[in-house]
Design a protein around this ligand. Structure first.
Ligand SMILES: NC(=O)c1ccc[n+]([C@@H]2O[C@H](COP(=O)([O-])OP(=O)(O)OC[C@H]3O[C@@H](n4cnc5c(N)ncnc54)[C@H](OP(=O)(O)O)[C@@H]3O)[C@@H](O)[C@H]2O)c1
Length: 484
């Protein structure tokens, strides 16, 4: 089916990098195929090597085939719509890139709509943005959109400085800060789940909710990312962005409209309503060796590239409170880590027990009801509630009502496909605004300035013992420990 999308030139800076090869090009190729954008969607990869279109296409073809795209799609689109420009000094630098942009637009009769995607390491963001501005690529006859990958800064101060550079050349309405979690169908569905279902939304507050838990766990270890990760750690890598984005969607008020700024206004309000986080409410962990899925794996300090005696945290658990009418007194537990028992992104909303303990009289226990929303893998929703076990004298059992996407719908689109399409149609809803980024850094900066020492945990567990105990202070337990 043909959709109306403005003809666009996608300029990917860092066009021969890992992200481009594994995620961006395959996602673009799938959109082009699904939406029949062959005539309207073109790519210019920019890099510091000096090579020509054909050499780059060779690399692009391999990346697309590796990502499982059909040879037909690869040939049809790659050969006519992918170009390469070098920004190396010896090939004319950014002036040459601007020249190639103009040449491609003239060749395909494009109206000058451009998305400039920064798929380079974060330290290169400011120099690339300055260079783009100085050669005038920030302005065009059509629209110009700047897409920035995460991480956006590594502190409140550096995020502020980066925003200054961005705003020197671009209006905020042109800026698309990617947090690919927001492109996941299940994350977006949080808005529908809450605001299209009065049943759930009417229970979504301090009167009925006892606690909220958000877990983003990976079973993988460091892999090849030591250079970045040993500097960043789990807090900067996960809590400040992905986990906080999920938190804001779980906790926000209904927006006045469904447009980008109305939604983002409400998300920022959540971040600004969070009380300063107490040091004793934060637990850092670092994985030691262990066994995952019958495989013995090394500890973090034995991973190649990790500094000797590194104190970088590979897990974080924390408790926070949102100081507003809806959530006053409700603890929110956030948790992330590498080498957890499984790859899992999950939200658990637990409800209060009934005010009268009617069934305890009969020697049975009432569990609090819960909604478990799994964002990945096996995406779906479960509502856990108590029933009477049949033929037994008032013994209660907790059972789930279960909905799984895979059983109801076709395969979910990749997050990057959703986000890239939104960039082209100009919908900023799923992108992070500058004030949102700074509000998140501002909230967490005191912890980052004064971090706790990481405690060891065995690979294949959910973090150190102190993390397991964190919810006990308020009479709670992590979902997997609760026996529900
Ligand atoms: N890889 C992922 O799965 C992933 C996931 C989430 C976010 N990200 C973010 O996406 C961005 C790109 O990640 P990546 O993994 O693709 O990185 P990468 O492979 O390390 O780098 C991408 C490209 O950037 C160029 N580059 C490297 N250093 C540069 C510098 N100092 N100045 C200018 N260009 C430089 C290189 O191309 P040339 O040598 O040809 O110039 C390189 O191929 C990063 O910001 C990363 O944090 C990546």
């Amino acid at each position: 089916m043909m959709t109306d999308a403005p003809a666009t030139l996608f300029v990917i800076v860092g066009g021969a990098g890992d992200l481009t090869g594994r995620k961006l090009l395959p996602a673009i190729a799938r959109i082009v195929e699904d939406k029949n954008w062959h005539e309207t969607f073109h790519v210019l990869a920019v890099g510091r090597a000096v090579k020509d279109d054909e050499t780059y296409r060779e690399w692009a073809r391999k990346s697309l085939m590796l990502a499982g795209l059909s040879a037909e799609t690869v040939r049809a689109w790659c050969d006519t719509s992918i170009y390469y420009a070098s920004n190396a000094e010896e090939s004319g630098g950014w002036a040459a890139v601007a020249g190639k942009v103009a040449a491609i637009e003239a060749k395909h009769g494009l109206p000058g709509n451009r998305a400039i995607y920064l798929a380079v390491p974060p330290r290169a963001f400011p120099t690339v943005i300055e260079a783009v501005g100085q050669v005038g690529l920030n302005k065009s006859p059509g629209f110009t959109r700047l897409v920035i990958e995460k991480p956006f800064g590594k502190s409140l101060e550096s995020a502020g400085r980066l925003n200054e550079v961005v705003h020197r050349w671009f209006e905020e309405s042109q800026v698309y800060r990617i947090d690919h979690y927001l492109g996941k169908e299940t994350v977006q569905n949080l808005l529908v789940f809450r605001f299209a279902n009065a049943l759930f939304e009417s229970a979504w507050n301090r009167s009925l909710v006892r606690s909220v838990e958000i877990t983003v766990g990976e079973h993988l270890g460091l892999e090849t990312r030591a250079g970045y990760y040993d500097q960043a750690g789990a807090f900067r890598d996960m809590i400040q962005n992905h986990v906080s984005q999920v938190l804001t969607l779980v906790a926000m008020e209904p927006p006045v409209k469904l447009d980008a700024d109305s939604i983002r206004d409400e998300k920022v309000k959540v971040l600004r309503s969070i009380l300063p986080i107490a040091v004793e409410d934060v637990v850092y962990g670092q994985y030691a060796g262990g066994v995952i899925e019958d495989e013995t794996v090394p500890g973090y300090l034995e991973e190649p590239g990790v500094a000797e005696g590194s104190t970088t945290e590979t897990s974080v658990s924390l408790r926070l409170h949102i100081d507003n009418w809806r959530w006053q007194g409700v603890p929110f537990y956030l948790r992330t880590g590498k080498r957890f028992p499984e790859r899992l992104t999950q939200i658990v909303v637990r409800f209060r027990e009934p005010p009268v303990a009617l069934f305890e009289v009969a020697g049975s226990e009432v569990n609090s009801d819960a909604i478990v929303i799994t964002l990945q893998p096996n995406e779906g929703f479960e509502l856990h509630f108590d029933v009477k076990a049949p033929a037994e004298d008032m013994r209660l059992e907790t059972v789930p009502l279960d909905f799984r996407y895979a059983e109801e719908f076709r395969a979910l689109p990749d997050a990057y496909e959703t986000l890239l399409e939104d960039i082209v149609i100009g919908d900023q809803t799923l992108f992070v605004r500058s004030d949102e980024v700074e509000a998140a850094w501002g909230l967490y900066q005191p912890i980052l300035d004064n971090p706790p020492m990481p405690e060891p945990y065995a690979a294949g567990t959910w973090g150190p013992p102190s993390s397991q105990k964190l919810p006990h202070a308020t009479g709670d337990a992590w979902w997997e420990d609760s026996g529900d």
